[in-house]
Every structure is written in C-alpha cells, then in structure tokens.
Ligand binder design. Structure first.
Ligand code: SAM
Length: 223
C-alpha cells in the first residue's frame, strides 16, 4: 500500500515537473525490448542528476554503471557542446543498447562508453592520464563501491560532486550482520566516507516508483 502511494506521487511529480521527452521514453522502451533489468534511475532521479550537472556547471562526468544509458541521457542533455561523459559498463549487451539509445538522443559525440569491468577501465583511464571529473555517479555493482570511491577521489578536483546510488536498500544498510554482499559493500562505502577527510557527504533516503532506497551525495573538499 505504501509502495503504491510512493509510485503514485512519483508519477504525479514526474508528470507535473519533468519535461516530456520522447528520447528518454524511447530509451526505456528499447531497454525493455532488449530485456535489460529495469534498474535505471527513476525519471525524478534522472532530473535530479540533470539539475546537478547544471548546478555544478559540470563539463566532465564519470558514470560507473551505464545499463541502457538512461541516466547518461539525463546528464548528457545538460552538458555543454564541449562536455564529456565517460561511462563504464561490464555487460556488452547493455553497452550496445546504451550506444543506440545515446545515438538516438544525439549524444553520441559527447559520450564515451567503455566496456569491461569498471575497475579495469578505471585503471586504463588513469594510464591514459584522464583529466579529473566534475561529477561522478557511482551506480554499478555495490560490492565494489569502496573501490569505486577510492577511484572517484583519484579522478576528482576540489569541488567534484560524487553521487552513489542505492545505499539504503529497504533499510538493510543498518543490518550489520547482513551477509548480502551488496549491503556489505554499501556499509563499507559509508565507513570509508565517514573516515575520509577529503569528502563531505550526506545520505538521503528516498521512496518512489523504485521502492525504498537512497543515495549518497558528497563534495570533494579544498586542500
Ligand atoms: N546508471 C544506470 C541508469 O540509471 O540508467 C543504471 C545502472 S545499473 C543499476 C548497474 C549497471 O552496472 C548494470 O548495467 C551492470 O551490468 C553494471 N555493472 C555491474 N558490475 C559491473 C562492473 N564490475 N563494472 C562495470 N559495470 C558493472
């Protein structure tokens, strides 16, 4: 019953506040047709990412976990013409669907999809001497969240905004005895944030069409 209300409110807000966007709707349809899991951000969350791109004037974005590129499109739509998103995806099918969705969105030239385990791709990016990113969205396999945070810090400058999704997991995050590797990954991620002086962060619980979850948002401090 609560879940139903959350969904209704999410739909209401999305319908009222978000631009109707055929490109984004088509991306979700293409994901479904290709049988990708429906674990993209919700439309209202996509809009939040887009607003963050604008609020931070982000030009360079790193996304870990592309899926079909739904969140990538939301962020890409707010990028200036000389902006760039590097997005990392393990599954070649997901990457292929994302590539098509991004091409349809006219964002192909701004987005660099890199296929393979994100940890390998991150090491490769460093070898290439990648410039720091202004906004980093961590949304892949949760057991690797602590490692992704370490990499995110390496690719940051003071003022870089880091967002990590799915950190509440229906409240399981407070279960210190959880054996779920995703919960353990998220708890280690929170522990790392707690003891990391380079970043100031908070976590916001969310309810909506994707159930009960939440995200971490932080900023890399000066010095
Ligand atoms: N950000 C996407 C969106 O909102 O549209 C959703 C991403 S989905 C929650 C997580 C993605 O991470 C999946 O497509 C999955 O294949 C990918 N993934 C899982 N393990 C990975 C790894 N080790 N390296 C890179 N990507 C991985």
């Amino acid at each position: 019953k609560m879940n139903e209300t959350w969904s209704l409110v999410d739909d209401y807000m999305a319908e009222r506040l978000l631009p109707r966007d055929a490109v984004l709707e088509r991306a979700l349809a293409a994901n479904k047709a290709a049988e990708l899991p429906p674990i993209d951000v919700s439309p209202c969350q996509g809009m939040l990412l887009q607003l963050l791109v604008r609020m931070t004037n982000a030009k360079r974005i790193l996304e870990i976990g592309t899926l079909g590129g739904y969140s990538t499109i939301w962020m890409g739509q707010a990028l200036p013409a000389d902006g760039r998103i590097v997005t990392l995806e393990l599954d070649p099918l997901h990457a292929q669907v994302a590539q098509a969705n991004l091409a349809h969105a006219g964002l192909e030239s701004l987005v660099d999809i890199r296929v393979g385990p994100a940890l390998e791709q991150l090491a490769k990016l460093e070898e290439e001497g990648a410039e720091p990113f202004d906004l980093i969205f961590i949304d892949a396999d949760k057991p690797n969240n602590p490692a992704y945070l370490q990499w995110a810090l390496r690719f940051s400058h003071s003022g870089t905004v880091i967002v990590g999704d799915n950190v509440v997991r229906e409240g399981e995050v407070v279960n210190r005895h959880s054996t779920d590797p995703r919960v353990r990954g998220v708890r280690a991620f929170i522990d790392l944030l707690a003891q990391e002086p380079r970043i100031s962060a908070t976590a916001i619980q969310t309810v909506g069409s994707k159930g009960y979850d939440g995200f971490v948002i932080g900023i890399v401090n000066a010095g």
